[in-house]
Design a protein around this ligand. Structure first.
Ligand code: HDD
Length: 711
């Protein structure tokens, strides 16, 4: 059932295509009621099955064709419905109607994804996340097909198949799945200096988000806004999560991949089911057309961002996800995005990566969804009705009346008519274009290190350490020494200390691309794309670090309570209420999932057992107090598991809270060896312990104490 906040034109339209089997009789696809769904039709009860069994044949045939090709990239995804609300008008910049009227609400469908892995791969791969939004506007569908990283690996779409072939599992043995830590990826990257800025992002903690709800979204390319008067602004799109940008530790990510490979999908689903609707502020960076060349980089170069210090992000709207799909395949799998789905008031730029994408997306739907009529699949339908002379094709749904399927015509009264600009007809921005026909890169694109430096220098010390360790992890898996040497050579252009640290751990010395004695074929021309080291105009951008992100809420944080028989029920309930009143979610973990009796005789039903889940699935831990329960938790059968929970949470820089009478567990854990104050370790000794715990949870992790906690 939809509640009022979930009603909108798109959901009403989807309702027309939805069905429920509740209280219905089983039928064939032809609507014939089925009397026996257990046995096929046979010649004698031990005889062969008859070809005439149309019920069997239909069922098996349909089953045989259930799968469609997965997306060639971004195969693994999670989707949700929602609404985009405009809080401040953008009318001065764009005539796009959904961005004009304050308070206007536009239905959306959003799909998040990882890039490299297959449909069934882990959510916690170190990877870029896709962030695609389909806006069902009154003027037709507008798609923003972005990522959680504001730049890209390559500058020209012609390199995209090479990039993807390099990162995907190697073609001879199909290894590794959903991982960039292998020879072919780093071979390609080490020969592509233009990817260095993106590599900094992908090796940073941004590539292992805590939640899809806690990551930023970017349109990546510069697009154009055009207002009623024809005035043009370049625009970059941003989505900033209200819960802040948070990540997990790499060690944690690897553990989660085993314990709960659907971690992000589950987290998104549960948050929406629980009414903790994910929200993002929508912002834009606006650059008047005449200022196009005022930057120390080219606005058309997708490996560059515009530092927020140079052009601030202005907030105009809110994106809220408030409803889970009813059917994964029908909605999340069949949704088809395309950066070329535009509405009047928004236009492309000549970014060569974007230009190539404009071809690729429709083309891929033809093989993935199998027909040029993919726009008629309910999730893809525009809420503005579709009228044109395109006809037929596989699986056509629309029944267009009349004789006419051409234009101009007189028989059909000239319909459907072209729309004038004043009637909302799409008119591409008129732009003077002239030039030689060349297959060439603009000289203004040849700066590959300045923004990689900007990103690296803007990271806090723990973030820099994580980035170094990510590179060390990945390059250690590269078996060809020369690739490691070339990569370290590239890193030296970004930061000498970073390069040295990585070099020391991966056992090589830096080698430059144009150094002799490398097995790069002379005619590979890769060195031509090498750029000189260059300093960025903006030296540090705080917006690029996650250090100062939102840290004042525990909303939707998942807190594990470890309990056993005899636990202090009233203290537990008191803390649980406090946490839940601030929006956190508490889940009980006990030695088994059998009911637990508290010290006051009431019963608690644990959701998990100590062996069915791990601390990596929680943001924080509370070890519930009670002498008797501590005794049960410390018996040999449980001790190892409880301590693993505590020690892992501690190692991953999470808040851990020990209730009264849990001293024995505390003393047996690694925490007992801590030498300094640690605000995220809370015990029965602390005076306002509940408040201290809540503060620590809202701080996400004490990354600054990571070294000490792991000593
Ligand atoms: Fe792409 C899917 C984002 C460059 C070709 N891309 C796809 C999706 C996202 C992006 C989020 C998943 C859409 C969904 O959820 O269904 N892609 C990007 C971004 C890029 C980018 C932010 C650079 C700024 N992509 C890019 C290039 C090409 C493609 C240069 C080809 C020339 N992308 C595709 C594709 C996909 C796709 C093959 C696979 C499935 C699909 O389109 O629908 O066409």
């Amino acid at each position: 059932m939809k509640n009022d906040s979930q009603k909108n034109k798109k959901l009403d339209q989807l309702d027309e295509h939805s069905t429920s089997n509740e209280n219905e009789k089983l039928t064939t696809n032809q609507g014939i009621k089925i009397n026996n769904n257990q046995d096929s039709l046979k010649a004698g009860d031990r005889g062969p099955t008859l070809l005439e069994d149309f019920i069997l044949r239909e069922k098996i045939t349909h089953f045989d064709h259930e799968r469609i090709p997965e997306r060639v990239v971004h195969a693994r995804g999670s989707g949700a419905h929602g609404v985009f609300k405009l809080n401040k008008s953008l009318k001065a910049y764009t005539k796009a109607k959904f961005l004009n009227k304050i308070g206007e609400e536009t239905p959306v469908f959003v799909r998040f994804s990882t890039v490299a892995g297959s449909k069934g791969s882990t959510d916690l791969a170190r990877d870029v996340r896709g962030f695609s939004i389909k806006f069902y506007t009154e003027e037709g569908n507008y798609d923003l097909v972005g990522n959680n990283v504001p730049v890209f690996f390559i500058q020209d779409a012609i390199k995209f198949p090479d990039l993807i072939h390099a990162v995907k599992p190697e073609p001879d043995n199909e290894i590794p799945q959903a991982a960039s830590a292998h020879d072919t990826f780093w071979d390609f990257i080490s020969l592509m200096p233009e990817s260095m800025h993106m590599i900094m992002w992908v090796m940073s903690d941004r590539a292992i988000p805590r939640s899809l709800r806690m990551m930023e979204g970017f349109g990546v390319h510069s697009f154009k806004f055009i207002n009623e008067e024809g005035k043009v602004h370049f625009v970059k799109f941003h989505f900033k999560p209200k819960l802040g940008v948070h990540s997990v530790a790499w060690d944690e990510a690897q553990r989660i991949s085993g314990v709960d490979p659907d971690f992000h999908k589950r987290d998104l689903w549960e948050a929406i089911e629980n009414g903790a609707f994910p929200e993002w502020d929508f912002g834009v960076q606006l650059i008047p057309e005449e200022d196009e060349h005022k930057f120390d980089f080219d606005l058309l170069d997708p490996t560059k961002l515009i530092p927020e210090e140079e052009v601030p992000v202005e907030l105009f709207g809110t994106l809220t996800l408030n409803r889970n799909p009813d059917n994964f395949f029908a909605e999340t799998e069949q949704v088809a995005f395309h950066p070329g789905h535009l509405v009047p008031g928004i236009d492309f730029t000549n970014d060569p990566l974007l230009q190539g994408r404009l071809f690729s997306y429709t083309d891929t739907q033809l093989s993935r969804l199998g027909s040029p009529n993919f726009h008629e699949i309910p999730i893809n339908r525009s809420i503005n009705t579709v009228h044109n002379n395109q006809r037929d094709g596989h699986m056509r749904q629309q029944i267009v009346k009349g004789k006419v399927s051409y234009e101009p015509n007189s028989i059909g009264g000239g319909c459907p008519f072209q729309a004038m600009m004043s009637e909302g007809g799409f008119v591409s921005q008129e732009e003077r274009v002239s030039g030689e026909k060349v297959r060439k890169r603009s000289q203004s694109f040849v700066d590959h290190y300045s923004q990689a430096k900007l990103f690296y220098n803007s990271q806090s010390a723990p973030e820099q350490t994580h980035l170094q360790n990510a590179l060390i992890f990945e390059l250690s898996k590269v078996t060809i020494l020369e690739i490691r040497e070339r990569m370290v050579g590239q890193l030296a252009f970004i930061d000498k200390t970073l390069a040295q640290k990585v070099a020391d751990k991966v056992g090589v010395k830096a080698k430059k691309l144009n150094e002799p004695n490398q097995s790069i074929p002379a005619d590979a021309n890769v060195a031509e794309l090498q750029s000189e080291e260059k300093e960025p105009k903006t030296k540090i951008s705080d917006a690029l670090s996650m250090k100062d992100t939102v840290k004042d809420t525990i909303k939707s944080r998942k807190i594990g309570f470890i309990i056993a028989n005899g636990t202090d029920g009233s203290t537990l309930n008191d803390l649980k209420s406090k946490l839940e009143s601030e929006g956190a979610k508490v889940e009980l973990i006990a030695p088994s999932v059998a009911p637990v009796k508290t010290n006051d005789g009431s019963t608690l039903t644990p959701k998990h057992s100590l062996t069915s889940i791990a601390s990596v699935c929680f943001d924080a831990l509370y070890i519930s107090g009670g002498e008797k329960s501590t005794k049960e938790l410390i018996v040999p059968e449980n001790k190892h598991h409880v301590l693993q929970f505590i020690n892992e949470a501690y190692k991953h820089c999470k808040a851990v809270y020990f209730g009264a009478d849990t001293e024995e567990l505390y003393n047996n854990s690694n925490i007992a060896a801590k030498k300094h104050e640690d605000p995220a370790v809370v015990t029965w000794k602390d005076s306002s312990s509940d408040q201290q715990f809540i503060k620590a949870v809202s701080g996400h992790r004490v990354w600054d104490l990571e070294q000490e906690r792991n000593a």
